[in-house]
Design a protein around this ligand. Structure first.
Ligand SMILES: [Zn+2]
Ligand SMILES: [Zn+2]
Length: 751
């Protein structure tokens, strides 16, 4: 008697599996792991609350989810954490367009995205989801601000920002289009205003040294860290001049004596010592208000100011001291030797400044070199090994209404006074409606007018908010703390010691600067005490960066009409097909050029496996056992087991390394082998013996178990149908090839 054999119907099985998982509580982060169990915290990237998952998210979360499911099946204690980066310009602009409160817009978007994620079968611990715009969350953003302020890592300084006179508002750089305002299209001008900065320079050297020691980081992730750091190796030496002594750097080890000028960063701490002439001062001021932060690295266009001061070069010649942001773009806020004889960019600068005496040597090809390989023209005894980093402090404050309020109060008598920690959070007015013009937060007396915490006099709150990049500095922390304990113990909860550092961060290749700054802040909090248990100050033990998803060889955009909508794919093919396709189509280090080919391949594979398995499960009980026949095919069953062993070994290794495209290729190959086994037995004996059929069913069970991290719904349904009472346990455990029965005696008698 045949059992019922339902055909593969993703729309039927996926919702029922998702309901079963939720009911079983499969994805709740376990309490601190039992002895012998490894805690594995998998951190997926935190999206903006845009309202829709795009294919890049699908790639990100499918990789992270498959890896988390794999580690659970291997017996590890797994936390798959998730939260939204909910403050910031995208949500603010959407709220303005819709005339809706941003908090309301963010809530709707988040709910919708979580629904999409559940439909894709992602095994996040949904009870731990958080929004960076929740008071309970940004209270800790403010705490972090105060802590870093106290540590001297946050400071306030004038900086250049884009300003629209018509809209009476500062603009983010993406709101400036060809020098005009995105909204009113009038010309934008640059103004100087006080801005809060995060100082990262104290930890650059440690980030650099650690980068070489990071174990489970892929090449793409490491490359982004090195690029952001922008390290240059070379020599430094002291020179004397009319402003005293100045330490100058050069990457051109062999050419220090050939210098023709000295180039100083406008951020150099001793700048004022060298800029003494009134006209040089004026020029420098003009350069600053000219927005050099945006300026190109092009040495022909970058602003240069001649200070009028000089230093004495190593060969006794006079070196004019120039100021240019070109130094920052190449070496950070330092002072460097200008050596036009061998440096292309320095040649461009030299040509523009009258006081620089440099004649292009005749006949000698002026080479552009990075130092090192040029033989020293003359060794400089006083020079010592040195390095410089391009990475530099960055501004963290914005004149926007949808952001974490900066916990500072400005008092005429006391200056900028930090809000006491006991007064946190400084609540962003919940009914604040952002507008395109002005700064609505600054126009709210109920927010602005306060008592000075220091002298009790009348004072005003800071009306800048924090850029969402600052919120993101600790977005990897909250999921590791039970929601009920976050109010008191966000940075001190005992569970943090179990879950941190995160075993793996899975994020897009453009997340490098977020990760870099998260690494800096982890070290700061280690030194402050909260994260003292992370001795190396590294938040992520492993890191996988994946490239993006494109279509027709181009970035997806509404304008090009090539946007692939995950919802439509899930609707048409089911979540398992989409998951398999997105994993199979390309390895993480490669850009995924979306095509329906991978979808059709994945869907065909799932249908075939489904039908084939159900057919074999249904007839197993009816197949008779003949000891003689079974003995004759024992070597074939032995080979089947070896195929399973080898296949599983590869799938296990590739999945552990997050090379999931390879895992899926090997899963499909193993399926071919299992079918091949049957063909060979039938060719030899005309039919399968009960022993053969049992071995084959065991192999199919193994295959479905190995498939479960990638296509969890179909795999679990297949395992529930295999006729064994432990179907659910099978679906959440990693298989063992030794369980494939080989011996002729192991077959059960036909019923
Ligand atoms: Zn405007
Ligand atoms: Zn005061």
């Amino acid at each position: 008697m045949s059992k019922e054999k339902p055909s593969y119907d993703a729309a039927r099985i996926e919702p029922s599996r998702q309901a079963a998982w939720a009911e079983r509580g499969d994805f709740e982060a376990p309490p601190p792991p039992e002895p012998g169990q490894t805690p594995v915290y998998v951190k997926a990237s935190s999206p903006f609350t845009s309202g829709n998952l795009h294919m890049g998210h699908v790639r990100d979360y499918t990789i992270g989810d498959a890896y988390a499911r794999f580690r659970r099946a291997r017996g590890d204690a797994v936390l798959l954490g998730f939260g939204f980066d909910a403050f910031g310009l995208p949500a603010e602009l959407a709220a303005i367009e819709r005339q809706e409160l941003p908090a309301e817009w963010v809530r709707q978007c988040g709910e919708r995205m979580l629904d999409q994620m559940k439909r894709l079968g992602y095994s996040f611990d949904y009870d731990r989801v958080f929004y960076s715009s929740d008071e309970g969350q940004y209270r800790w953003t403010q705490w972090l601000f105060l802590t870093l302020l106290e540590m001297g890592m946050i400071y306030r300084e004038d900086a250049t920002v884009d300003w629209c006179d018509t809209c009476q508002t500062t603009l983010a750089s993406i709101q400036v289009e060809d020098g005009t305002c995105w909204r009113c299209h009038n010309e934008v001008r640059l103004i100087r205003r006080p801005t809060w900065f995060l100082k990262i320079t104290d930890y650059l050297e440690e980030n650099d040294a650690n980068t070489e020691k990071l174990q489970n980081w892929d090449e793409l992730a490491l490359a982004t860290q090195r690029y952001i750091l922008g390290r240059s190796d070379g020599l430094e030496v002291e020179l004397e001049g009319d402003g005293g002594t100045l330490t100058v750097f050069s990457p051109h080890r062999g050419a220090l004596v050939r210098a023709s000028f000295v180039l100083l960063s406008p951020r150099h701490p001793d700048l004022d010592v060298w800029v003494t002439a009134a006209d040089a001062h004026a020029e420098l001021e003009q350069m600053r208000s000219g927005g050099w932060e945006r300026s190109a690295r092009d040495a022909r266009a970058v602003p240069v100011v001649d200070t009028g001061s000089s230093l004495t070069g190593l060969d006794g010649s006079e070196l004019p001291v120039l100021v240019s942001p070109l130094v920052d773009a190449r070496f950070g806020p330092t002072a460097v030797l200008g050596i036009p004889a061998i440096d292309e960019a320095d040649r461009e600068i030299a040509a523009r400044i009258e006081r620089v005496e440099w004649v292009e040597p005749e006949g000698e090809e002026a080479a552009d070199d990075d130092g090192g390989d040029v033989a020293p023209a003359a060794p400089v005894a006083a020079a010592r090994e040195a390095k410089r980093y391009r990475a530099n402090d960055f501004s963290i404050s914005r004149q926007r209404a949808w952001g974490t309020p900066i916990p500072v109060i400005h008092c005429d008598a006391c200056g900028a006074v930090p809000v006491p920690v006991s007064d946190l959070p400084v609540v962003l007015p919940r009914d604040l409606m952002p507008r395109a013009e002005g700064n609505p937060l600054a126009e709210r007396p109920d927010f602005v007018d306060v008592e000075c915490p220091s002298c009790g006099g009348t004072a005003k709150r800071e009306t800048d908010t924090l850029d969402c990049h600052f919120d993101a500095l600790f977005l990897w922390v909250p999921a590791a703390v039970p929601p009920a304990d976050r109010a008191e113990q966000m940075f001190t909860h005992p569970d943090l010691r179990e879950w941190l550092p995160a075993e793996r961060l899975v994020a897009g290749g453009d997340s490098g600067s977020f990760v870099f700054d998260q690494r800096v802040v982890t070290k700061a909090l280690r030194d402050h005490g909260e994260f003292a248990f992370m001795a190396d100050g590294e938040p992520f033990a492993g890191c996988l960066f994946h490239e993006m998803v494109i279509a027709d060889g181009r970035k997806m955009s509404k304008h090009l009409g090539n946007v692939v909508n995950p919802d439509e794919l899930v609707e048409r093919y089911g979540a398992d097909t989409v998951r398999l396709a997105v994993l199979y189509a390309a390895g993480p280090a490669k850009t995924l050029n979306w095509s329906d080919g991978a979808l059709r391949f994945a869907n065909r594979f799932l249908r075939n496996l489904w039908t084939y398995s159900h057919d074999r499960f249904a007839v197993l009980d009816e197949i008779p056992h003949d000891p003689e026949a079974a003995a004759d095919t024992e070597h074939m069953r032995d080979r089947l087991r070896k195929w399973c062993e080898n296949g599983l070994e590869r799938i296990t290794a590739d999945t552990a390394e997050l090379q999931l495209h390879k895992s899926i290729r090997n899963i499909t190959r193993l399926f071919e082998r299992i079918q091949d086994f049957e063909k060979r037995v039938v060719k030899r004996r005309g039919q399968l013996d009960r022993a053969d059929a049992e071995a084959q069913v065991a192999a199919l069970v193994l295959l479905a178990q190995a498939l479960a991290p990638f296509a969890p719904h179909a795999a679990e349904e297949i395992l529930l149908a295999c006729g064994r009472p432990d179907g659910v346990e099978l679906a959440t455990a990693w298989p063992e090839a030794a369980k494939i029965p080989v011996s002729a005696e192991s077959a059960a008698p036909a019923s």
